[in-house]
Write a protein that binds this ligand. Structure first.
Ligand SMILES: [Zn+2]
Length: 455
């Protein structure tokens, strides 16, 4: 009998760097190709050669367009990969936005480090350039959801709606009749923008994410909490700075702010989206109406009270302008991007609020703030934190522990193998324990770079 080999090249014992290599029936298939983020020890992995020969990988299948699932693709190309990258249409569009932005950011950061001399590397170089990202995009093959796509006589796969960001899917890989399910990132039920995630009905082998495997999202209505934070900050004439992923959570924030304003719950204060990507992501929403709940009119109207900041000059002018308001700027975990310019000016301001809305991976500045650290380092300097730090986990794009347990509830067989991935160790362990308790399923938490052989 042919053995099937699985190698964990990322998101094992951590949330970032998703990459699982499957070797089966003469094909090498990579599921996701994400960048490591957060802890330096992980980020350094992005600069090493992969422990496998990229030229021998036949194709990549992508669950969704987030950086920690697609951000390593240009490196994979540089390592010799020349195959096709399969995903849904909106994932192709989102990945295009994200990869180009990631390349530009890395080029800018290398320039800045060279200019100010704060990198240990002389000269500092980007991990990849815009040109590398553009070349990668020519390998993308957008495909329709739900239909089976054939790779060989024994191998086929399909994408199914996961409700995490626009275009996001879980993947069912059929290896000679055995179904391998890769959850990707699982969304939440009753999300204001996205439909509920679909659920797998069969899984011989299951790879399940565990970002929030050890916790439940609060029951409070996020809009009420958000409103209170805005009210408190405005009462001190302060600014609210929201580091946010350009994809999805930013659209949710704009939608909620629009609803609050329409209901007269917040005053008409300036709201800025300091991201050249925000418009482009909105266009993806307009282009793929069947992937979300917003109608075209809402898409248009919710942007009316928002000022989208495009150029760096405009951005720096807003940083300098001392005026109450709300600013949403990337990156979402404050690992880089324009939000750091706001941090440089407002982290030390006790009237300002830094509002964290998404998952903050360990090792990121967002996580340090959440953990109450008083000194944050960037631009080669230490900044003292005097601003108020607020957290709104209710806006997460990920299912919580209960959501993950519910997501597997329609699987009618007992999977012969379950790998709990994409979580920090405690979160993965907690989900593994719950799978045992609720379903009597035994699962494993694979080590980074481990290889498992399946019959
Ligand atoms: Zn994601």
């Amino acid at each position: 009998m042919d053995t099937i080999q699985v190698q964990f090249l990322g998101a094992s014992g951590t949330v970032t760097g998703s990459k699982y290599l499957i070797k089966a029936f003469g094909k090498n298939i990579l599921i996701d190709c994400g960048l490591f983020q957060g802890l330096k020890i992980l980020r350094l992995e992005n600069w090493k050669h992969l422990p496998v020969n990229a030229a021998e990988i036949d194709c990549v299948l992508l669950t969704h367009g987030h950086l920690d699932h697609v951000g390593y693709l240009p490196c994979l190309m540089k390592e010799g990969f020349s195959g096709k990258i399969h995903c849904t249409e909106p994932t192709r569009d989102i990945a295009s936005i994200i990869l180009k932005d990631s390349a530009k950011l890395q080029e800018e950061e290398a320039d800045k480090a060279n200019q100010y001399g704060y990198s240990k590397h002389k000269p500092a170089v980007p991990l990849y350039t815009l040109k590398d990202a553009e070349l990668t995009l020519t390998h993308f093959v957008p495909e329709i959801r739900d239909a089976w796509h054939t790779l060989s006589d024994q191998i086929r796969y399909r994408f199914r709606y996961a409700g995490h960001i626009i275009g996001a899917c879980f993947i069912e890989l059929d290896l000679n009749g055995k179904i391998y399910v890769f959850s990707g990132d699982v969304g939440r039920v009753n999300d204001p923008l996205l439909h509920n995630p679909e659920r797998p009905q069969k899984a011989d082998v299951l790879f399940i994410e565990s970002t929030y495997g050890d916790r439940m999202h609060p029951q409070d209505e996020p809009m009420d909490v958000f409103e209170k934070i805005i009210e408190d900050t405005l009462s001190q004439n302060g600014r609210i700075i929201i580091p946010s992923f350009a994809v999805e959570r930013t659209q949710l924030l704009i939608f909620l702010l629009w609803k609050m304003r329409n209901a007269g719950k917040i005053p008409s204060i300036p709201i800025y989206i300091d991201s050249p990507m925000a418009d482009r992501v909105m266009n993806v929403f307009l282009k793929y109406a069947e992937w979300h709940k917003l109608d075209a009119q809402t898409c248009e109207e919710m942007f009316k009270h928002i000022q989208v900041v495009k150029t760096m000059q405009e951005s720096m002018a807003i940083v300098a302008k001392n005026q109450a308001g709300i600013i949403i700027a990337g990156s979402g975990m404050a690992t880089g991007g324009r939000v750091l310019n706001y941090f440089a000016k407002y982290l030390g301001d006790p009237t300002a609020t830094i509002l964290l809305v998404g998952y903050q991976a360990e090792g990121t500045r967002g996580r340090s703030l959440l953990d109450g650290e008083k000194n944050i380092k960037f631009f080669g300097k230490i900044f003292e934190v005097r601003a108020r730090i607020a957290y709104l986990p209710g806006l997460s794009a990920h299912a919580d522990q209960q959501g993950l347990l519910d997501w597997v509830s329609e699987i009618s067989n007992t999977p012969s193998k379950i790998f709990v991935v994409h979580g920090e160790k405690a979160a993965s362990q907690a989900l593994s324990d719950q799978l045992k308790q609720r379903y009597a399923w035994h699962s494993e938490i694979p080590e980074l770079y481990a290889t498992h052989y399946l019959a």
